[in-house]
Design a protein around this ligand. Structure first.
Ligand SMILES: Nc1ncnc2c1ncn2[C@@H]1O[C@H](COP(=O)(O)OP(=O)(O)OP(=O)(O)O)[C@@H](O)[C@H]1O
Length: 351
């Protein structure tokens, strides 16, 4: 459906998008995820055709729309655009807003299609209203209906839900994703929110400083991050350091194999707080690794409890356990982790 190859955009002598390649297949939702300023919007804007790349190619359905051989303007790319400030036309009622992109159709067909789409986004009862008579979530659904009206092959969405308050966001997001799936429309969606990306994406491309650092399913990025910074983009992490010797690294949490790391390398063992096993007392399984810790603070936050712990060597460790626990501050506990939940990386400097 969409293939982007080696996209480059230079602004002020800096490559804000630096050789980005990605592909979106039919009916797939791909999220461009990353911190502010990493080049997500610029990538999306080049694919939309509102910004010209300085290098690379873009193909839609096999047709080159941007590259050495030419440039197809945005209105002829058959893509739907949806941005955070979804800019409905204030002087048109919502049915006319949705029908706006259908000027080539006869009037009766235009109206029928607009009403059908408004029905599908749950706004059949609001047809005669103007944008200012709707809530933020309802306006967003009109914007979605308007973008889908011409039957685009691909939707390009830039932080489409970030203007909505928390209460509305989940509902609008779920409705959007089901409507895309129902109509078989592919989507490329920009977000800086890892939770949102995990909820909506079939695959995620994580960007950093203009480059894709990892591209895969939400589960792949979460369970097999390619480096520490990918891991910590999705949750807090604990980092245990050590030096590789004999293809293993000895840390405060025990010994871990360090595949592919040369002896003498500074390594980090990265563990998500809710992957730590915590038991009362000393080592329940001698020889299996882990560390003695003291509980400094415990807070129950609803479904789970946050534990602030400290190892004998003074290293702070955070654990998250389901439910409310009866541990008291000062308790002596044992922490350990299964090997598949411990990510071992070459150490990188802190940002
Ligand atoms: N027109 C411009 N002039 C100067 N710098 C720009 C321009 N457009 C983008 N940039 C810079 O390029 C980089 C990438 O911008 P971009 O908007 O693509 O990032 P982003 O990942 O979408 O960020 P955000 O999540 O904050 O929107 C940023 O450092 C930004 O400041």
């Amino acid at each position: 459906m969409l293939e982007a190859e080696g996209l480059v955009r230079r602004i002020g002598g800096r490559r804000v998008v630096d050789e980005v390649s990605l592909a979106v297949s039919r009916s797939e939702v791909l999220c461009l995820l990353g911190p502010s300023g990493c080049g997500k919007s610029t990538t999306l804007r080049m694919i939309a055709g509102v910004e010209r790349p300085d290098g690379g190619r873009i193909r839609l359905d096999g047709e080159e729309v941007s590259g050495p051989d030419g440039f197809v303007p945005p209105e002829r790319r058959s893509v739907g655009l949806m941005f955070q400030d979804f800019a409905l036309f204030p002087h048109l009622d919502i049915a006319r807003n949705v029908a706006f992109g259908l000027r080539d159709l006869p009037r009766a067909d235009r109206e029928r299609r607009a009403l059908d789409l408004l029905g599908r986004v749950g706004l059949a009862d609001h047809v005669g209203r103007y944008p200012h008579e709707l809530s933020g979530g309802e306006q967003q659904r009109v914007a979605l209906a308007r973008a889908l009206a011409p039957g685009p092959r691909l939707m390009l969405m830039d932080e489409p839900f970030s203007g909505l308050d928390d209460r509305l966001r989940d509902g609008v997001r779920d409705a959007t994703i089901s409507l895309l799936a129902e109509s078989g429309t592919s989507a490329l969606l920009v977000t800086h929110d890892p939770g949102e990306a995990m909820r909506v994406a079939d695959r995620i491309a994580l960007l950093r400083a203009g480059r894709i650092v990892q591209l895969g399913s939400p589960r792949e990025l979460y369970e097999r991050p390619s480096d520490r910074r990918v891991a910590e983009f999705f949750s807090d992490v604990n980092v245990f350091t050590g030096t590789v010797a004999g293809s293993e690294v000895e840390t405060a949490l025990g010994r871990f194999t360090a595949p592919g790391l040369a002896d003498g390398t500074a390594a980090e063992v990265v563990v998500r707080p809710h992957h730590l096993r915590v038991t009362a007392g000393g080592d329940p399984n001698p020889g299996a690794g882990g560390a003695a810790v003291q509980l400094e603070r415990i807070r129950f936050i609803g479904r789970e409890s946050l534990l602030d712990l400290r190892t004998g060597g003074g290293l702070p460790v955070r654990a998250v356990l389901p439910g409310a626990l009866s541990f008291e501050p000062g308790a002596r506990l044992w922490i350990s982790v299964s090997r598949d939940h411990a990510f071992v990386f070459d150490a990188v400097p802190r940002d």
